[in-house]
Design a protein around this ligand. Sequence first.
Ligand SMILES: [Zn+2]
Length: 509
Amino acid sequence: MSTKILSAALIGLEAEIIEVEADSGGGDFGQIAIVGLPDTSVSEAKERVKSALRNCSHEYPKRKITVNLAPTNVKKHGPAYDLPIAVSILALKNKFFLDFSKCIIVGELSLSGEVRAITGILAIALKAKKMGIKNLFIPEENLAEANLISELNIFPIKNLNQLISVLKKKQITWPINELSILPAQLKSSAINKSVNLASIKGQAKAKRALEIAAAGGHNILLIGPPGSGKTLLAQALPGLLSPLSGEEILEVTNIYSIAGELKNNLTLITERPFRTPHHSASGIALIGGGAWPRPGEICLAHRGVLFLDEFPEFARSALENLRQPLEEKVININRAAGSLCFPCNFILIAAMNPCPCGYHGDKKILCHCTTQQIFNYGRKISGPIIDRIDLHINVPRASFEQLESDKPEEDSSAVKARVEKARQWQTLRFKETPFTTNSDMTSVAVRHFCQLDNSSRTLLKEAVSRLNLSSRSYFRILKIARTIADLSGSDRVLSAHLAEALQYRPKIE
Ligand SMILES: [Zn+2]
């Protein structure tokens, strides 16, 4: 006699249906063998399941039990199979009325039989809906998350005994049949505590650069001495971006769910992520990966902002790994069973000191670094990475007069309104293209969308020869000029826009 229960495995950001089969026969009482490419975390399930069954006083087959997880070519990882394994074993001896081919069961078991939350419920619910499997038994703690997907019958489970008593009923009443919790009632993210630009004195140039970065989706590098307010400026960037759309909320929440970052009953990520990994972060923490690839910081920053402070202090290999995601907005992670693709479309804001001591170019404090030291410091960031950052801006320390000034600073909401207008221009412009913002444009698209009149062409020609600009710089300047034109509501790129764009060229090249 054998039984079959459906469960789910996470592969990258998606779920796959897994069949959990149990069979009893031969061997000694109490033995459980799990086959079907389980890793150690799944193999440990047999000990948890045995204890949970014993502690819940369930009748247990008196023969050896074999549990097979199919398809066998998918590696199984994590504790989410505990509950379906326990149910499949109990189904060998008990009469359950539920049609197991029409439901998915997931959950981790404690030794006493309590059901614990698992990661990636949103992806599992999405998969269930896609496959037309309407019935879901999930850990109670994961309920709000699963509820985000409509048209499913969801049964939140507290402990094994509760599930078994439900399964023994001829007719199950599903407690949750519809999207019963409105998004507004859900506990949403407070991950983005944006700084208001109005609270930052002076720094007009840096603020303007932030506005351009937000409007055109451009990456930005802030260079300035310690205490010049680079971090505050970076923290103001998410507040200049429009809120996430409904579709983006689900997309970002799914990433956080799989990464196990939906903590403290946080259900929805509604605000644009702002991630700030430390420069000592490992390559895997930053980029993602591992034996069971999980999203890294760049993926957690998807649709939001990635802030890398002390930019040159990051491991060179970690920075080099940013090249592909900065270019393609996705990261491919290779593993034995093929590569996985994680989305990572973020605005990078990097900050660094101008030299090892931090005060090169400061008006008051003397820099003690040698020319060679300053040169080597800048060289820590490779040319290809510098090339992928459109806006480079010096952030000097604010003067005493600026700090003292009573002059009101512009509020973030006013800047955000201009950013939104500029984004609308871009949405119209890129309607028939794969691009969303000006920063996405290829060189062919730049030629098409950033046509210059005679005077601006002359200005750019002069700049290219006088400043010895590379072709990458040429296209970068045109993209920024396009965004500046959008911010001023001009459908043409004028020489004034170009002149401003030229100010943001790299300071270290
Ligand atoms: Zn120095």
